[in-house]
Design a protein around this ligand. Structure first.
Ligand code: NAG
Length: 344
């Protein structure tokens, strides 16, 4: 999709969906949750501190509006939060769980990968917990250090039976979260926490959905394909401008949006055209999701590749505190990778 097309698309969804309001990302999440609680009487929201609005204010006002039986705090036990959510969803309600930081999702790992993801399969489709959505703030924030900066999407991308989704801004956050909530599979929705208050967009007040497993081409180009998601997509857009200005290189920028199951078609179609691919994420490089994309693309597009596929990612270390600026895959590292690919 061209940039002008994107404005058209935004204008289009806004026109179709009636009034819009200025919202940042956390407010667009609140709006999606508000729409869900209003239209689905079975919907409940639970997690640590959600009743008073949550650390990042995503559930502000919802307990007062819908009552303490529908928006409530849980004990500090992630395994319990997700286990409870599975039960709520299996019993026929819409369960929306919040894990306070993605870094704290690991105690719930067993519940997610061994129970939620397998529930439908092991019951021969008799039961499912597809109405479970797990939200968690994700990614670096400038000062989060090792327990408030992680991007654990690759751990969950290894797990058939769930979906993993990451938005890049307010309009996408609301549409994709509503898609996760109505999807028939358990979904993990990672919210880039550095973007919660970063930008304001005109977001439709009414509910709307953005399809899962569809990447979005944000900018068309002919020399290099840049793939990212969440916060990193904004770095890629800046890198695309720098590559054009400094190197005369034309980049195509793709926001993957859904990590599992991901949109191989859009990415491969682009690489067939450009012959070069750079994938970038904050998570450590080894076993990161870029490795999966790289492997698929070399299988599908081998004869079209003009240079080895590049990954610019976090280092294989715990997420650092004062060294965050050195750790993250910033625009300079990405630009260097583009230069290497072009000169290959
Ligand atoms: C999930 O929610 C949908 C829509 O509210 C409902 O039709 C469906 O029965 C629910 N699934 C389960 C397993 O209860």
């Amino acid at each position: 999709m061209h940039l002008s097309d994107m404005f058209f698309f935004l204008a289009f969804i806004c026109e179709c969906l009636g009034p819009t309001q200025k919202m940042n990302l956390f407010q667009s999440v609140t709006s999606a949750l508000d729409n869900t609680l209003a239209s689905d009487p079975t919907a409940v929201i639970f997690g640590e501190d959600v009743a008073f609005g949550g650390v990042f204010r995503c559930t502000v006002g919802l307990r007062d509006k819908y009552g303490k039986d529908r928006v409530f705090n849980t004990p500090l036990c992630e395994q319990g939060i997700v286990g409870f959510g599975i039960g709520v969803a299996v019993a026929g309600a819409t369960a929306i769980a919040e894990i306070q930081f993605a870094d704290y999702i690991y105690p719930a790992f067993d519940q997610i990968v061994n129970e939620a993801a397998k529930y439908r399969y092991r019951s021969g489709n008799l039961f499912d917990c597809g109405n479970l959505t797990i939200r968690a703030p994700w990614g670096c924030v400038g000062h989060g250090s090792l327990y408030h900066s992680q991007s654990p999407e690759a751990f969950f991308a290894h797990c058939p039976g769930i979906k993993v989704v990451i938005p890049r801004g307010p309009v996408q956050a609301k549409g994709l979260l509503l898609s996760c909530i109505s999807d028939k599979n358990p979904c993990i929705f990672f919210e880039p926490k550095i973007l919660y208050r970063a930008a304001v967009e005109q977001v439709p007040v009414e509910p709307y959905t953005i399809p899962l497993s569809q990447a979005e081409v944000l900018q068309e180009g002919s020399d290099v394909t840049l793939v990212a998601w969440g916060t990193q997509i904004h770095v890629m857009r800046e890198v695309a401008n720098m590559a054009q200005e400094k190197l005369g290189v034309s980049c195509e920028v793709i926001d993957l949006q859904t990590i599992l199951p991901w949109d191989t078609e859009t990415v491969c179609k682009s690489v067939v055209k450009t012959g070069r691919l750079l994938i970038s994420h904050e998570a450590p490089i080894t076993g990161g999701f870029a490795a999966e994309i790289s492997s698929t693309v070399q299988e599908e597009c081998f004869l079209n590749l003009e240079a080895p596929i590049s990954r610019v990612c976090g280092y294989d270390t715990p997420f650092p505190h004062i060294f965050e600026p050195f750790y993250i895959p910033d625009k300079w590292k990405c630009l260097e990778a583009i230069k290497r690919m072009i000169n290959y």
